[in-house]
Ligand binder design. Sequence first.
Ligand code: UDP
Ligand code: MG
Length: 312
Amino acid sequence: MKELVSIVVPCYNEEQSLPYFYDEVLKVMNVMKDYDFEIIGVDDGSKDNTLDELMVLSNKDHRVKYISFSRNFGKEAAIYAGLSHAKGDYVVMMDADLQDPPSLLPEMMEEIQKEGIDSVATRRVTRKGEPPIRSFFARMFYKLINKISKTEIVDGARDYRLMTRQFVNSLLELSEYNRFSKGLFGWVGYNTTWIEFENVERIAGETKWSFWKLFKYSIEGIVAFSTVPLFIAALTGILFCILAFVFIMFIIVRTLLFGDPVSGWPSTICIILLIGGIQLLCIGILGEYLAKTYLEVKHRPIYICKTTNIDQ
Ligand code: UDP
Ligand code: MG
């Protein structure tokens, strides 16, 4: 019996890209004759006709399955839903916009067959076609998070990844609500081979990531994979206690020596403002972790499925 490969595709407003995507994947599936395939399109609460498009494809080709969410839950939720419905011996995740070239799949398959390899991941070596300011901040983010987190998070890594069943099962065991896949892949461990490719621009439609969304996503990544910010907050507290102590000593000595002329109002205000600011910042950091904990303990489902043609 042939081994089954599941292709998981998160789709949010991708009605324009999907036909191109299917054509490309079809070519690859026709080349890889030694495997059976299933395509799991996860409609992440799209506002356009993505679901209809998926239904059309699935009528045409019984290997195309779909899951449709009740609203937009985000790409991470879509990935989770796709992984949990995938039945394949191997599972691969791809974006619907062809920025993850399906033509790399045969090469990835070859790699994963090698002894002891559990996943084959991809990273783009260029960020061609991306606004320079976005690339700059992306690079800064990866530098920072790798300094403050024990889990390795690779710069330029895409979510395009081929995994063995064992790897997928381990990922599914991490049932946390705040999912930051790029970190989860590293956290589960195993042996990963990297394949590099040049950035490709999306085939149709628009990116769903605004600068603000990316910024929030990076904060999420840091909060999910590092507690160093909390440590820095505590450290700043200690530092300020020491400074305050020195300053108090200085004031006492000065008063004893020179009496107590009423002056120094500007410096008092500066100190109050500075310390007030730092206090608020530290409370904010604390709040960020608390908020994530709050969402986590509610144990809400990661996604809600409205329609699907996959039988459980
Ligand atoms: N996506 C999703 N839910 C979202 C946002 C994006 O499922 O809320 C999907 C989208 O359809 C695409 C993939 O995630 O297949 C990557 O999104 P996009 O191409 O917009 O991101 P970029 O490639 O610009 O980083
Ligand atoms: Mg894209």
